[in-house]
Design a protein around this ligand. Structure first.
Ligand SMILES: O=C(O)C1=C[C@@H](OP(=O)(O)O)[C@@H](O)[C@H](O)C1
Ligand SMILES: C=C(OP(=O)(O)O)C(=O)O
Length: 430
């Protein structure tokens, strides 16, 4: 699908935020690891959540759904020994299930997105699982990956945290089910640290006990635990909503996004403060972020690791700010659906923005007068590139054509529909 994004001077209306992708994958997983029946209210519906649902079903969970809820009868620590799983393009789903696969005799994760997930590294998790008596065949740390499990062992486990927090989260979900107690030590830095808080929150709700140091670098996990079947309610998604808020910030707007809890543990909640720091007029109360945009923004300096999945949307907003903005501590954006520094900066500059890259920074020289546009953008298989470039297109002189825009469905299938409902002028062509 091609998205032809035309300039939109004004956006107006109300959106219900989609449900959180990162909570949905976690609640589905803990539902599958429990032995009774859990209920998830308002789970997300997107390619990534579909991937988790498909995989836990393949592994033996019974999943039933109606319009508002999903019930999951789990398999506990006894997944069905299937030969193969297809996680689509979902990094978190792959990494969380690699540890679960350690309970299966032989399971291959296939490579269906060679240009995206197929390029992402998983060595740090492979190294950790090897310490646990799990044998693994892999393609230089990448897909396809075959896990020969059966008898995983706890004990002392070291895992590096400087590429992705998902490796640590994966081990935190699996180690409580082991016979032995475990101690996990995180080596190097821990990137996307905030999201590990979401993992610990969900584990606690599922009745799992874990002792974590305050800096989240060491954990003590008693073995022989059982996940409890529970009821979970999924909150609105900040990372996806960040793109809608950025669109409202760069136009003349009156846009309210509902279902965004003020006290959420999603790191991307920080976008409210980032936009405020850029001078965007907004309020946040009763779960509603209300932007009354003027299109005037000022530059700022931000530690992007605090809101990793919303950095691209905030960079897109800063393209129109007065002054130079700096997003630092973002090196691990290079290991996501595409290289979100080099690939994204290339597309922004193609659109007429003035953006520079460093190994772990994105530097934006703002153009309050707008960018030229009038070019075709490559989506690089990345939903967040698509959402962010759409924001840029809305304030370009000649619009932008985004190729392969259907990849937006990885996390936010209704993104264009939501923007259209606010009055954006976007044509979608198959
Ligand atoms: O744990 C999770 O669900 C996620 C962790 C983050 O990845 P990294 O830890 O690789 O930064 C985030 O970007 C991703 O969308 C989801
Ligand atoms: C990086 C992302 O997801 P994942 O790592 O789960 O593929 C994302 O949603 O932006």
């Amino acid at each position: 699908m091609k998205a032809i994004v035309k300039p939109a001077p004004e956006l107006k209306g109300t959106i219900n935020a989609l449900s959180s992708k990162n909570y949905t994958t976690r609640y589905m997983l803990v539902g599958a690891l429990a032995e009774g029946t859990s209920t998830l209210y308002y789970p997300a519906h997107s390619e990534d959540s579909d991937a988790m649902r498909r995989c836990i079903r393949d592994l033996g969970a019974i999943v039933e759904e109606d319009d508002e809820k999903m019930t999951i009868t789990g398999f506990g620590r006894h997944p069905k020994p299937v030969p193969e799983l297809n996680v689509g393009n979902a990094g978190a789903v792959l990494r969380f299930l690699m540890s679960v696969a350690a309970f299966c005799p032989e399971l291959t994760f296939v490579n269906t997105y060679p240009e995206s997930l197929g390029k992402r590294p998983h060595n740090d998790l492979i190294d950790a699982l090897k310490q646990m008596n799990v044998r693994i065949d892999h393609n230089g740390g990448k897909l396809p990956i075959t896990i020969y499990g059966g008898q995983p062992k706890g004990g002392k486990i070291k895992v590096s945290g400087n590429v992705s927090s998902q490796f640590l989260s994966s081990l935190l979900f699996m180690t409580p089910l082991l016979e032995e107690d475990s101690e996990i030590e995180v080596l190097h830095d821990l990137k996307s640290k905030i999201i590990v808080g979401q993992t610990l929150e969900v584990l606690e709700q599922a009745g799992i006990r874990i002792e974590a140091d305050d800096d989240l670098m060491r954990y003590r996990i008693p073995g022989r635990q059982r996940y409890q079947a529970q009821e979970y309610k999924i909150q609105g998604d900040y990372p996806g909503s960040a793109a809608i808020l950025a669109a409202a910030a760069v136009t003349s707007s009156d846009v309210a996004v509902h279902r965004l809890e003020e006290n959420s543990r999603q790191g991307e909640r920080a976008v409210v403060d980032v936009l405020r720091a850029m001078g965007v007029p907004l309020t946040h109360r009763d779960g509603i972020v209300h932007v009354r945009g003027t299109g005037l923004l000022k530059a700022g300096e931000f530690d992007g690791d605090h809101f990793t999945d919303a950095v691209l949307a905030m960079v897109a907003a800063s393209v129109f700010a007065e002054g130079t903005s700096r997003f630092y501590n973002v090196e691990n954006l290079r290991y996501k659906e595409c290289d979100r520094i080099t690939d994204f900066v290339t597309e922004l500059n193609k659109a007429g923005a003035s953006v520079e890259e460093r190994q772990s920074e994105i530097i934006v020289h703002g153009k309050p007068e707008g960018v030229e546009g009038g070019v075709e953008i490559d989506a690089h298989y990345d939903h967040r590139v698509i959402m962010a470039l759409t924001v840029v297109g809305l304030r370009s002189k000649q619009g932008l054509v985004i190729r392969d825009a259907h990849h937006v469905a990885k996390s936010y299938p209704h993104y264009f529909e939501h923007l259209l409902s606010l009055g954006a002028n976007i044509e979608l062509q198959d």
